[in-house]
Design a protein around this ligand. Sequence first.
Ligand SMILES: Nc1ncnc2c1ncn2[C@@H]1O[C@H](COP(=O)(O)OP(=O)(O)O)[C@@H](O)[C@H]1O
Ligand SMILES: [Mg+2]
Length: 243
Amino acid sequence: MKLEVDQLVKRYGGTTALDSLTLRVADARVLALIGPSGGGKSTLLRVLGGLETPDSGTVMVNSRPLPAGEVGLIPYRRRNGFLFQQFNLFPHLTALENIALPLEKAHGLDRGAARDTASAALGRFGLSSHAHKLPAQLSGGQQQRVGIARAVAHQPEVLFLDEPTSALDPEMTAEVLELVQELAEAGQHIVLSTHEMGFAREVADEVAFIADGRVAEHAPPARFFNEPASPDSSRFLSRVMRW
Ligand SMILES: Nc1ncnc2c1ncn2[C@@H]1O[C@H](COP(=O)(O)OP(=O)(O)O)[C@@H](O)[C@H]1O
Ligand SMILES: [Mg+2]
């Protein structure tokens, strides 16, 4: 995927979440956003995913400008996939229905085709045995895997993941990250925010370090983790990698 983000500003009342953020990614399959809490990662993901409109600045995804109004953003969102930290599934629907419903309502598949596609998506990730369970009957890791299966069932151009494992214990974190890695290896373009530095290092093609609403550093992971160039990223890494 190619990203051209220029001078992006997003304010919430008196808080400047994105402060003229600029980021150029020429050709990456997986871009990892890392950095301190409150730095602007989620806001950037929501803008890139078309869930939030910036106050100013421009965004081009794969050489096409992000649509400005709601009318253009609806098809844009449908073309992509999104997963948050938690609570991604409708609690009153089974895993299968959680995937089938949006395929039917947003993507126009008929009921049978939607269920077949949903079933195939669950199968692809080894989740078939959970098809008829409600989210409450699944572990957090299984819920996130179903959430990812839903986010990719319609073959999104870009998959946006906002700290998909931060609410999970280490074992569930591993099972979700393995799935994300599998998707990346299958060629899925992904932008994710994460605190899993080992994962970012292994799976990302590029890492953007975001703090105070700006990109403080942007580099391939080998360079970023071995010789961080900015004082902020080097301080951050020495703290989070210490334990
Ligand atoms: N919906 C919102 N309303 C008010 N302030 C927000 C909202 N979303 C984010 N912010 C603020 O914007 C800044 C960036 O937040 P966020 O994008 O969530 O950072 P990160 O994901 O890196 O932790 C923070 O100061 C946060 O409190
Ligand atoms: Mg966040």
